[in-house]
Design a binder for this molecule. Structure first.
Ligand code: ADP
Ligand code: SR1
Ligand code: MG
Ligand code: MG
Ligand code: MG
Length: 432
């Protein structure tokens, strides 16, 4: 092992590399059992290389992810800073701290080699997008992702941390510049103009022309891009699509935090629901049943309900109410935690619920708009999704993609209201 400099690992050197770090190879039996190790490269994402190193006698395994100085799916012509790996490691560690049951543990971050060693998420867990494309239903996924979103977004926000600590954390994650710039380019800019990276099924020429010349859409995407850049509310995952989530029957893990930065909460929520919409609109083309479509629709509703109820509960129990609008008696809230109906008549309780409702409704509203942008980019931008790409009949594929694009346009334009459903989800948590 060259301990001084960087080199790209391969199936053989990855074994020597792992053997060098006792903490990393402990789960697979330590260096002494190296003879029993086998490695494979399983990176199916767009950007990095991921190795699984397994002890073939015990079947115990670890994961080693390495970021090379370019975008994997494009090649060396698209250089990308390896600093992203540091952000990924730090965000994984933070998210594991916020929500340990849904984020793998990090064993090592090595800045010289741009590697992260982490817990292997074992089969039957698999990438959620793969399972959903096969028509699988994950009955706890909405609940788990809703919880993950509430825990990570709340616990990294000023509502939880207070302004001083929040600002310190925001500065620490403020520099993931290259990854934010990549997102700005491929989600908020390119799909709305003439760029070489864009690609789409040719049957969609008319609707793509419409998207690229619709003034209302241009205003909407410009506003969202400004939100993405300016609203530093919480530590985001930054790329929370169904390819960044691994699921089993009753388990859910979020991986791949390399786009992490302090941004608008709505961006993560929007990414997840966008990918459920994509799965929904691909369903007909993949031959799934009406039941599967209903399951996907329910999941969109359920993840939002769970996010709203958990986020409002966390805010009530762990928030810094005294920092908000002169609501100066936090004891009022904690004292009545289990008896909200008795305290509802107090002005502080009413105003507290009102401030939660305004804040959370705005997040959910923006999440739908970001979802619209994320649907559109996955059909006409550089990076498409397996849900649509897996549809063999090209005419059917174009039909599914068109339906998704039409939904994406409606969502991006923000043509709906969500205050009532947010109020209901908050009330549900409070038992009214
Ligand atoms: P990229 O940044 O290139 O998208 P990912 O972090 O998404 O890379 O990892 C690529 C693939 O590697 C995932 O789709 C998954 O199949 C596998 N993988 C990544 N992390 C783990 C893990 N901790 N346990 C098991 N498999 C993993
Ligand atoms: C070059 S664009 C690659 C895309 O893949 C990642 O997972 C992100 O979604 C990014 O936009
Ligand atoms: Mg990935
Ligand atoms: Mg990634
Ligand atoms: Mg996306």
């Amino acid at each position: 092992v060259d301990v001084d400099g960087f080199y790209a690992l391969n199936l053989s050197t990855v074994l020597d590399y792992v053997a060098y770090y006792p903490k990393v190879c402990a789960p697979i039996g330590g260096k002494a059992s190296k003879e029993d190790w086998v490695s494979k490269e399983v990176g199916d994402g767009n950007i990095n290389f991921v190795y699984i190193i397994m002890n073939k006698k015990t079947n115990a395994a670890i994961v080693l992810k390495q970021g090379l100085p370019y975008v994997r799916c494009v090649g060396e012509s698209w250089p990308l800073t390896q600093e992203r790996v540091r952000y990924e490691a730090e965000a994984l560690i933070a998210a594991h701290g916020f929500c340990p049951e849904h984020v793998p543990e990090v064993y090592l971050y090595d800045s010289k080699m741009s590697t992260i060693a982490m817990r292997y998420i074992e089969p039957p867990n698999k990438i959620a997008r793969v399972g959903l494309c096969e028509g699988k239903t994950y009955v706890r996924m909405a609940e788990h992702v809703g919880k993950y979103l509430a825990e990570t977004l709340f616990k990294s926000s000023s509502v939880c941390l207070g302004a001083k600590k929040f600002r310190e954390n925001r500065i620490a994650f403020g520099g993931n510049e290259a990854m934010c710039a990549l997102t700005e380019q491929v989600i908020f800019t390119e799909p709305y103009g003439v760029f070489e990276n864009n690609k789409w099924t040719h049957e969609l020429n008319d609707i793509v022309r419409e998207i690229q010349s619709d003034g209302e859409l241009k205003v909407a995407i410009t506003e969202l891009k400004a939100k993405f850049i300016n609203e530093c509310e919480a530590l985001l995952h930054g790329d929370l699509h169904t390819g960044s989530i691994m699921c089993g029957e009753r388990s859910t893990y979020v991986i791949d935090h390399e786009f992490a930065f302090y941004g608008p909460m709505a961006f993560d929520i929007g990414a997840f629901i966008a990918n459920l919409y994509l799965a929904y609109y691909a369903s007909d083309g993949l031959g799934h049943s009406e039941n599967h479509k209903k399951y996907l629709q329910c999941m969109i509703k359920d993840v939002l309900i769970r996010f709203v109820s958990d986020f409002s509960r966390l805010w009530r129990t762990n928030g810094r109410q005294k920092d908000f609008g002169g609501l100066s008696h936090p004891s009022v809230f904690s004292a009545h935690l289990n008896r909200p109906s008795q305290s509802f008549n107090s002005p502080d309780e009413k105003h507290f619920q009102q401030s939660q409702l305004e804040f959370i409704s705005r997040v959910i509203y923006d999440a739908h708009r970001f979802a619209g942008a994320k649907i559109i980019r996955r059909i006409i931008g550089i990076a498409h999704v397996a849900d649509m790409e897996g549809i063999q009949n090209l005419e059917l594929k174009a039909k599914c993609e068109r339906a998704a694009l039409e939904m994406g346009m409606r969502l991006l334009k923000g043509k709906y209201s969500c205050k009532t459903s947010v109020r209901l989800s908050m009330n549900w948590e409070y038992g009214r």
